[in-house]
Design a protein around this ligand. Structure first.
Ligand SMILES: Nc1ncnc2c1ncn2[C@@H]1O[C@H](COP(=O)(O)OP(=O)(O)OP(=O)(O)O)[C@@H](O)[C@H]1O
Length: 278
């Protein structure tokens, strides 16, 4: 099956500043992909490239098998919610749905109205008067009612309080399943990524540090409490205070170390620590 995202040596520069450098990856369809990394890592740049808002300096990126925003049909397959969840302040919530219906041939009015009822948004309220969280809900409703094959969110839950965030992410996962779509979301909140994502991309300093299926990554990485020495053949990702994060494709032998399972947050921090030290 055509990957949802495929990058080959993808590079984006702004003048002398590298936002993405030599990124290569292939992400299968039907996944909820978490894109994580520190400020300035290149996350928004990758998402904007995927939406066709900007073009690569070198290399290629295909989205659902085509150049991003290649034509009207392809545009209809991708929904994008930008970092500040933009809405039209002077339009009401209902106006947003009417506009969505006019602009999108595949608009699903039932889904939009059902979703609106679920979120409790008042259709007569001006979007400029919504709270940050309500704006995010409206933006997600509009993006999802297009019935896209790929939903792209740049820090979707950043403005939400913890409880609203939990609800928003649960909704998001239910939506993706209902649409039979894929989603990519960038986030600084590793707990959110751990909760909803089944595929992970770690970006740091414009380069991909790690990408893969979350279960596979957790199965092939371990936390070792060492009492001197490490098992042969493992790749050491990071070490700190007698604890090492290592990658090993097979089972680890017994030795002067204790093997502990690793959490996604530790795994990401291990790779970010390694990248920062380079
Ligand atoms: N329009 C632009 N002009 C010049 N430099 C830019 C532009 N957009 C991004 N950059 C630079 O590219 C790099 C990557 O930025 P990007 O916004 O993709 O990072 P990010 O991972 O999304 O960061 P954050 O988590 O802070 O949102 C940064 O060094 C940034 O300063």
């Amino acid at each position: 099956m055509t990957p949802v995202l495929r990058a080959d040596n993808l590079t984006k520069r702004y003048g002398k500043r590298a936002a993405l450098t030599g990124c290569t990856l292939s992400v299968p369809r039907g996944r909820v992909i978490g894109l994580v990394g520190p400020n300035g890592a290149g996350k928004s740049t990758l998402l904007q490239l995927a939406c066709g808002l900007i073009t690569p300096t070198a290399g290629t990126l295909t989205v659902l098998g085509s150049r991003p925003a290649a034509n009207a049909t392809h545009l209809a397959k991708v929904g994008f919610v930008a970092q500040d969840t933009p809405v039209y302040a002077s339009l009401t919530v209902a106006d947003h749905l009417r506009m969505g219906a006019r602009l999108n041939p595949s608009w699903d009015a039932d889904l939009a109205h059902r979703r609106l009822a679920e979120t409790g948004l008042d259709p007569t309220q001006k979007a400029g008067r919504l709270s940050g969280g309500q704006r995010a809900q409206l933006a997600m409703t509009v993006a999802a009612a297009k019935r896209p094959e790929l939903l792209i969110f740049d820090e979707p839950a950043a403005a939400l309080d913890p409880l609203a965030r939990k609800g928003f992410l649960q909704n998001l996962v239910a939506f993706i399943a209902e649409l039979g779509a894929s989603a990519v979301l960038s986030s600084h909140l590793l707990a959110d990524v751990e909760r909803v994502c089944d595929y992970l991309i770690v970006l740091c300093a414009s380069r991909i540090q790690l990408a893969g299926d979350v279960n596979h990554l957790l199965a092939t990485h371990h936390r070792l409490v060492t009492h001197g020495g490490l098992p042969p053949g493992v790749e050491v990702i990071s070490t700190e205070h007698g604890t090492a994060i290592v990658r090993a494709d097979g089972p680890l032998p017994a030795g002067p170390w204790r093997v502990e399972p690793i959490r996604l947050e530790e795994l990401v921090l291990g790779y970010l620590t390694r990248a920062a030290a380079r």
